[in-house]
Design a protein around this ligand. Structure first.
Ligand code: AMP
Ligand code: ZN
Length: 113
């Protein structure tokens, strides 16, 4: 089994509630939702964070965003939503496989804590 949690989910070694998948990205529900809709979108290929992903494969970074928008649409978030890409320790990143959080379904506060 992979030692990366999200690689293991992509490989089907750890169960997740997948809501959308393509050849190169997978979207699944966050196990600890912070909003009524909380989906994370990950590339199948492992990159540690958004800096690594966008440097190595900017087109894939674009598809990650487009998939997030498609998920928001499919989830009915017509009043708006938030994308979050936590990066590094101060950014609150805990899983070091880049992932786009898609949050919505209630009015979200700003700024974040
Ligand atoms: P981050 O803090 O930005 O690295 O986000 C990691 C996210 O992964 C958190 O929101 C966790 O709740 C979520 N998470 C951790 N384990 C799982 C899991 N097994 N399935 C789905 N989401 C998970
Ligand atoms: Zn990984």
């Amino acid at each position: 089994m992979s030692d990366c949690l999200f690689c293991a989910i992509v490989a089907g070694e750890i169960p997740a509630t997948v809501v959308h998948e393509t050849d190169d990205v997978v979207a699944f529900r966050d196990i600890s939702p912070q909003a009524p809709t909380h989906v994370v979108v990950v590339p199948r290929t492992h990159y540690a964070d958004v800096a690594e992903l966008s440097a190595a494969d900017p087109a894939l970074a674009g598809r990650l965003l487009a998939t997030g928008a498609a998920v928001a649409d499919a989830e009915g978030l017509s009043d708006g939503y938030r994308f979050v890409l936590n990066t590094g320790r101060d950014g609150g990143q805990t899983v070091f496989h880049v992932h786009l959080h898609v949050l919505g379904g209630r009015a979200l506060t700003w700024p974040p804590g």
